[in-house]
Ligand binder design. Structure first.
Ligand SMILES: [Zn+2]
Length: 404
């Protein structure tokens, strides 16, 4: 296998468009061109320099890893280290920070530097592990109102009798201090098996007692289903997540091993519809941040559904006008959340939400090779997204002392 050293090398793996007449390129030769018919793509290693005329560069092209053009754009630029209003991170994954007093102390310092007042730990913990974390938080005068914990649900051996046991455990976890359920991970739907070996569907009726208990106990259910849709597509050079899929082979979902993206979305939507009295927060904008029309339809049809913005900033920030309008329209149903706990990444969110800056860098190349734009949310919407929506649907969050 040749080394993937150059863009030309990368592209060479894709089949040539059949009608293109490519000329081999040699040093010092003039034959660097090809012509194509309207609607055809240039052959690998060439680009369309005039209509239907393709040409190869005279220098070896860099790989997508090494091409890092310096932008010459001079435009207003605002760095926003701290959120404009105190925020609730509804999609928190503090880990070591919740296992010792020192960890908790360092968490407090990080949150202060970002103006995140409360982090909701969505680590799917239950039983003794949950009790230990609640005790650690409650034992800290400084941090007792800065962290809240969601209860996990174990989907092991789902079958007859599972529902009653799961509900009993959930009630115990709530008595111990849990304020909601989550994060229900993508394993539900993608890979979790039932006691009988079959795939556990997201809308399996055996799970209903848990969703009904959540409604009765007024607990939001924070659920992550599937992954970006490109993870199901061929890993060719038209896949906008090529780099991520090449870096992390575990994120590929071949059709012979996994249900399709649409199958999972259908099961998720069945679940959401079947429990209209249960409040669901669908993580990562339901993986529809790249199709806000689809997400809008869902939100319209299902008033019990809220959404959360973690790890999809690249989609929000590449469509600033549409995203602005979506956030204004659904301002009562969107929650701030970050996912992976990396303090230096939060300010990118503040900048996208609060500014009208143009064309600035995102923090993770493999999510997105493109730049972001600010969506310039009004203050009234920022407050709802940053804290008010989370407070309204989660009674167990500290309710006092928020801005009006
Ligand atoms: Zn998560």
């Amino acid at each position: 296998m040749r080394q993937y050293a150059t863009l030309a090398g990368l592209i060479a793996v894709i089949a040539l468009p059949s009608a293109a007449t490519a000329q081999p390129r040699g040093p010092g030769q003039g034959n660097r061109g090809a012509t194509i018919k309207a609607g055809e793509a240039c052959p690998p290693g060439m680009t369309e320099v005039r209509p239907r005329n393709c040409q190869a560069p005279t220098l070896d092209p860099p790989s997508i890893l090494d091409y890092r053009p310096r932008s010459t754009l001079v435009a207003p630029a605002h760095t926003i280290p701290k959120a404009k209003y105190p925020a609730i991170d509804f999609h928190g994954h503090p880990t070591s920070q919740l296992s010792s007093a020192e960890g908790l102390e360092s968490l407090g310092q990080a949150l202060d530097s970002l103006n995140v007042r409360v982090i909701v730990a969505a680590n799917n913990v239950t039983g003794d592990a949950l009790k230990r974390q609640v005790a650690l938080v409650q034992g800290s005068p400084k941090m007792k109102d800065r962290v809240r914990i969601l209860a996990g649900i174990s989907f092991r051996d789902v079958g007859p009798g599972w529902g009653a046991k799961a509900v009993a455990q959930l009630e115990a976890d709530v008595a111990a201090g849990a304020v909601g359920i989550g994060e229900i991970g993508k394993g539900l739907g993608l890979s979790t098996r039932k006691g009988d070996g079959s795939r556990l569907r997201i809308d399996d009726p055996e799970l209903d007692p848990v969703w009904e208990a959540a409604a009765r106990l007024k607990l939001p259910v924070f659920i992550h289903t599937a992954d970006p849709q490109e993870f199901w597509q061929p890993i060719d050079y038209n896949n906008e997540r090529w780099l991520e899929l090449a870096l992390f082979p575990g994120r590929r979902y071949p059709a012979d091993q996994f249900p399709s993206f649409e199958e999972l979305m259908t099961e998720r939507d069945n679940l959401l519809r079947r429990h209209p009295n249960t409040t669901f927060v669908i993580a990562h904008m339901g993986w529809h941040a790249n199709d806000l029309g689809r997400l809008a339809k869902m939100m319209e049809a299902m008033p019990n559904v809220y959404t959360e913005v973690g790890a999809v900033l690249y989609d929000i920030g590449r469509q600033p006008r549409a995203a602005h309008d979506f956030f204004v329209r659904f301002q009562d149903r969107i929650l701030f959340g970050k996912d992976s706990f990396q303090p230096e990444e939060y300010p990118y969110y503040w900048r996208v939400f609060e500014t009208r800056d143009d064309y600035f860098d995102y923090y993770r190349d493999y999510h997105a090779k493109w730049k972001l734009y600010g969506i310039d949310l009004p203050d009234s919407v920022l407050k709802k997204v940053y804290f008010a929506n989370a407070l309204r649907i989660t009674g167990g969050l500290p309710q006092q002392g928020w801005p009006r």
